[in-house]
Design a protein around this ligand. Structure first.
Ligand code: GAL
Ligand code: ZN
Length: 673
């Protein structure tokens, strides 16, 4: 369990490197990440490479017992390169070229850029192949940040056509799969298919889905170029990439398949502001939302089913969200523990020292710009010593899986059918309900072996192939407990409506079909009641399906006087040794809790009492972390008498406690006044 930092020696006069790196070692850091935006410094003009600054920094790092993570510097092609080969630039849908002057301005499908990438990566890899202090590499930096997964240039148009040809073979098959007779969209050749550029009305949903897949695949391919070159130079290096939080346009599972482990960049107080539907509470502005961050931890851990890293951890206030509050006292330490509890083996703070120049002067570092400790520094020092006291921990073992499907996300993004319909947010509703019961969750793609889990939750599996339907059915027949959310089984793999009623090939497993669906704004009264107990009512939001039953039994019915009155909203079907619950609405938290606790009960998965918002427990390798993302103080009750490695049963605001025992079963948490 280690702590590290991201460092930019190139931003500082060389006389300061020794002091900076000395301080890192004193702080207990083990890893220093460098170089991700350094192309312009490494190669100030074509063919002239300047490595001495990096050599010297590496030496200083190694001499102090730390190791370096280097990055391929391709996120920022320098000005001379852009001037020489402007065809490497990205293009927006309307044809606007994204110019040099910030970052990520290159196209993944540019042959010119791939050539340049090969050149610079090979040069770096050869230079450091035998270096004793380089532990591994990060490829590029945050693929897709600033909406850069999808490019609409001519190179991308050509690559898209090749990609389609590969997928469909002949153009008739494409026409057939997409359904192009609608609005005269038939294509006579692959050459006729363009990227989805601006149109008067909405685009064809099948074309949008394939463009989303193609764009994500383009990044996978571009990442592989880095990986192959680096692995050729030295097989022992680890290779990783730093993904982003709640990031919707890149299939992280696909990219990860080429990596040794997954990393991601966690900025909790920004994420609650710029990628969440609800207004952030004051506590969330100070510490973020443990479930929002937790779901990313779990997704990235599950991508390779092994420990991950947080490659960039928020160090203090940041510069990019709408508002930039100071994190709560201790929050930077809390986040490191929370990540570790979810399976991180290392947490690196971004950045070591606030910089004097460029776009991020308003972004904190662990040190202030004058080199003196900032608020985050003290937190990082504490985290480093506490995590080494906790010691190594094996991988997180989760009994429950939440199925996360990028294809369904992209299909629903093309046809949300309600401004509030957001796939990620819906996933978090179910995920959050499980985490509020202290349950460890893997967030897995649909291809995963479901039999590894006692219970599986799949919200909005919008695209369902026969193959997937068969696997889900086999899982339940063999005793699995499955919970499906709304909008499941609507489309085929090309994002075309299935001829049979929703949930399509899952109808026999569900034991019901969808007669009608509707989306509803927040102004409408949306209520269901339990079929077995009319006094038990719950709220839902955004989406409602009216179910017709065949073999299923009703669980919930609409509880209003409207046209939907008494129609069935959720069902349960016993199949083989297991059962299937289908929930046709987007549940409010109380209903989500009811659904997941009955699921856990049927699957014999132990869980805690319902935890307060912002307080979460997690188990890893026989230890329990209690993390408090609120400013209130809580007491942990358990009938075990654990040894507390960190803190104790009273957990203050933005504080954490770690016990040397698995505690989730029968644990409860109570607020102290
Ligand atoms: C990340 C990025 C870093 C830095 C940071 C600021 O997205 O990888 O380079 O910009 O955000 O919070
Ligand atoms: Zn392009």
């Amino acid at each position: 369990m280690s702590v590290g930092a991201c460092y930019f020696p190139e931003h500082w006069p060389s006389e300061q490197w020794e002091r900076d790196i000395e301080q890192m070692a004193e702080a207990g850091l083990e890893y220093v990440r460098m170089g991700e935006f350094s192309w312009g410094v490494l190669e100030p003009e074509r063919g002239t490479f300047v490595f001495d600054w990096l050599d010297e920094a590496l030496e200083l790092i190694g001499e102090r017992g730390m190791e370096a993570v280097l990055c391929t510097p391709t996120a920022t092609p320098p000005k001379w390169l852009v001037d020489e080969r402007p065809e490497i630039l990205q293009t927006e849908p309307d044809g606007t070229v994204r110019q040099h002057g910030s970052r990520r301005h290159y196209c993944y499908n540019s042959d010119a850029y791939r050539e340049e990438t090969k050149r610079v990566v090979t040069r770096l890899a050869d230079r450091y192949a035998d270096h004793p202090y380089v532990a591994g590499w990060q490829t590029d930096n945050e693929f897709g940040c600033h909406r850069t997964v999808r490019c609409y240039c001519d190179d991308c148009a050509a690559s898209f056509r090749d990609w389609l040809q590969e997928r469909y073979g002949d153009v008739e098959s494409l026409n057939d799969a997409w359904g192009t007779t609608f609005w005269s969209q038939t294509y006579n050749s692959f050459d006729a298919v363009d990227p989805p550029r601006p149109t008067p009305a909405e685009h064809h949903p099948s074309r949008l889905l394939d463009y989303a897949r193609f764009s994500s695949d383009s990044v996978v391919d571009y990442n592989r170029l880095h990986v192959d070159l680096l692995a050729d130079a030295n097989d022992d290096w680890f290779l990783t990439h730093n993904f982003m939080g709640r990031f919707p346009t890149l299939n992280a599972y696909d990219v990860s398949a080429d990596l040794d482990f997954v990393s991601w960049d966690s900025y909790p107080t920004g994420f609650v502001q710029d990628r969440k539907q609800t207004e952030a509470t004051t506590d969330q502005l100070r510490a973020g939302d443990p479930d929002q961050v937790g779901m990313d931890h779990d997704l990235y851990r599950s991508a390779l089913d092994r420990p991950f890293w947080v490659m960039e951890q928020q160090p203090g206030d940041v510069n990019w969200p709408p508002h930039c509050p100071q994190p709560g006292d201790g929050a930077m330490r809390l986040w490191a523990h929370h990540a570790t509890a979810h399976g991180a083996d290392a947490v690196l703070y971004f950045r070591w020292r606030r910089c004097l120049e460029g776009q991020e002067q308003y972004h904190a570092g662990l040190l202030k710009q004058d080199g003196e400790p900032d608020r985050g520094y003290h937190n990082a020092v504490t985290a480093a010593s506490e995590l080494s006291a906790v010691g190594d921990a094996a991988h997180v073992d989760a009994a429950v899986a939440v199925v996360f499907d990028y294809d369904s996300l992209w299909a629903l993004e093309a046809q949300p059918h309600a401004p509030e319909f957001d796939y990620w947010e819906l996933q978090e509703t179910f995920y959050g309900a499980l985490r509020a019961r202290g349950v460890q969750v893997d967030v897995v793609p649909p291809e995963t072996t479901l039999e590894d889990y006692e219970a599986v939750v799949a919200p909005a599996l919008h695209l369902v192939t026969d193959e997937l339907a068969n696997r889900l059915t086999a899982y339940v027949e063999a005793g699995g407990e499955l919970l499906l959310g709304p909008r499941t089984g609507v489309k085929d793999n090309a994002n075309k409506l299935r001829p049979e009623l929703q949930p399509g090939p899952l109808a026999p497993l569900v034991g019901a079909t969808v007669d009608q669906h509707e989306s509803l704004p927040p102004t409408v009264d949306t209520r269901v009641r339990r079929s077995a107990d009319a006094d038990q009512q719950y709220g839902f939001r955004t989406w409602a399906e009216w179910l017709d039953l065949s073999t299923a039994t009703p669980l919930l019915a609409y509880d209003t006087d409207g046209i939907e009155a008494d129609r069935i909203a959720a069902t349960r079907n016993a199949v083989g040794d297991g059962s299937l619950v289908y929930c046709g609405v987007w549940p409010e938290p109380a209903l989500a809790d009811d659904l997941v606790t009955s699921l856990l009960g049927r699957a014999n998965v132990s869980h805690s009492d319902r935890l307060p918002d912002g307080v979460r427990v997690a188990e890893r390798d026989g230890r329990t972390w209690v993390t408090n993302f609120t400013s209130d103080t809580y007491r942990v009750h358990t009938d075990a008498d654990p040894t507390w490695i960190i803190g104790d049963a009273v957990v203050g605001g933005f504080d954490v406690a770690v016990a040397d025992a698995p505690l989730v079963e029968r644990l409860s948490v109570q607020k102290l006044e």
